[in-house]
Ligand binder design. Structure first.
Ligand SMILES: *Cc1c(COP(=O)(O)O)cnc(C)c1O
Length: 402
């Protein structure tokens, strides 16, 4: 018996998740570009362009700037494994699942890693990091700029200051924030900054843009031992992405085409316009959620990550039922919580392509229907109405200031 496997016919979803986000049709078209070889002279020009765009988005002139052939977690591995050797002292600020992952990876490289924690929903207090590093020879300080598991943003500048005091390199995970939230790698002197293709850049998953400062490169040169990972050894990977263009591994060429197009869209829009778009759409989303009588996990507005909003699931409402109904009835995917907040929060992503007015209004209306079906009451259309008012106010204020 041969079993028939049919053509792929996936549902058309709106992915309002913390990644992957839905992507622009231009990016799909770029992904279907006929393949060329990774050593083809034409492709080398395409690599140059990819790096030009990456440097514009990271706002850096760093030589080591490339997309790793890996998801965002590969960026964490590369950043940590290239800097740390056994015995090195390091600090990782942990306030959620992804910063915990950086800590976990760091402990595999050295047995001297200090974890400085904050409760879910808050950034790690930089004073705690300063105290933890006092009198120690700290080589790296790492944290997640946007902690996607809780929707918290952590400011970079105060961490840079402490890293300077301790003589440490600063490693910042911007998987959930690059191209949505202000980040200036050179001005803010981030030593290693990495991201993911599938979040606010809105390309398909599978690439992790990374950039490395000259100071961090110097640390790579001074290593006494080899980087544990051959694949993520940035020095040898740069033989391919650097001027020599020597074979290292075969990169996902089609994904590079897609990433290049997604980054062209970022640059066409302009970073500042993009940051503003993410800010305004989240404000409208939050206005809507609060008008519906829902609470947010992150209480302090200044700590809210513009790309991911964590909403407390109200009592008596079934987490999975709501998410399934959103999917089945409206083709909208949102995410639940994990770790200590599993079953307690929903995470709504407005990242890159998904951070759009029509999607915010659609989502609020769809959520109202799902909640109503479970007996959760609110004034009719409260969410969408509040979001509309929020947009209107922001636009009026902008018009006045012009
Ligand atoms: C999504 C995410 C990651 C992990 O990325 P993957 O692509 O799933 O490997 C790491 N850090 C942060 C902050 C993220 O949001």
């Amino acid at each position: 018996m041969t079993q028939h496997v049919g053509e792929l016919t996936p549902p058309v979803r709106l992915m309002l998740t913390p990644g992957p986000s839905s992507i622009d049709p231009r990016v799909y078209r770029a992904m279907a570009t006929p393949l060329v070889g990774h050593m083809d002279p034409w492709f080398k020009g395409c690599m140059d362009e990819t790096q030009i765009l990456l440097r514009q988005i990271f706002q850096t002139e760093n030589r080591i700037t490339m997309p790793l052939s890996a998801s965002g977690s590969g960026g964490i591995e590369a950043a940590v494994l290239n800097t740390l050797e056994e015995g090195d002292e390091a600090i990782v600020a942990v306030n959620g699942v992804f910063s915990e992952r950086m800590y976990e990876i760091a402990t595999r490289a050295s047995s001297n890693v200090i974890k400085v924690e904050a409760p879910y929903g808050k950034p790690v207090d930089v004073e705690d990091v300063r105290r933890a590093g006092k009198g120690k020879k700290i080589k790296i300080i790492g944290f997640a700029h946007g902690e996607t598991s809780t929707g918290v943003i952590t400011g970079i500048d105060s961490y840079r200051k402490v890293a300077d005091e301790l003589g440490a390199l600063l490693i910042v995970d911007t998987v959930a924030s690059l191209a949505a939230v202000p980040i200036d790698v050179d001005k803010q002197r981030v030593d290693i900054c990495f991201s993911g293709s599938q979040k606010a850049i809105s390309a398909p998953p599978g690439m992790s843009p990374i950039t490395v400062s000259p100071a961090a490169e110097e640390i790579f040169r001074k290593r006494k031992t080899k980087v544990q990972s051959w694949y993520f050894d940035l020095t040898t990977a740069m033989n391919y992405w650097g001027k020599d263009r020597l074979y290292h591994h075969t990169p996902p060429i089609s994904l590079i085409f897609a990433l290049r197009e997604a980054m062209r869209l970022v640059v066409e829009e302009g970073l500042e316009a993009r940051w503003e778009r993410h800010r305004v759409n989240q404000l409208a989303l939050i206005a809507g959620l609060e008008a519906m009588g829902l609470d947010l996990l992150v209480k302090n507005p200044a700590d809210r990550l513009p790309t991911v909003t964590a909403v407390m699931i109200p009592g008596g409402v079934d987490d999975a039922k709501v998410r399934n109904q959103l999917l089945d009835e409206f083709n909208i995917e949102i995410a639940g919580g994990f770790g200590p907040v599993k079953g307690k929060i929903w995470r709504v992503g407005l990242m890159g392509y998904c951070s759009q007015k029509p999607f915010v209004l659609l989502f609020l209306s769809a959520l109202e229907k799902c909640l109503l079906d479970q007996g959760f009451r609110m004034a009719n259309g409260a969410g969408a109405a509040a979001a509309i008012r929020s947009y209107s106010q922001v636009e009026t204020a902008a018009a006045v200031s012009r």
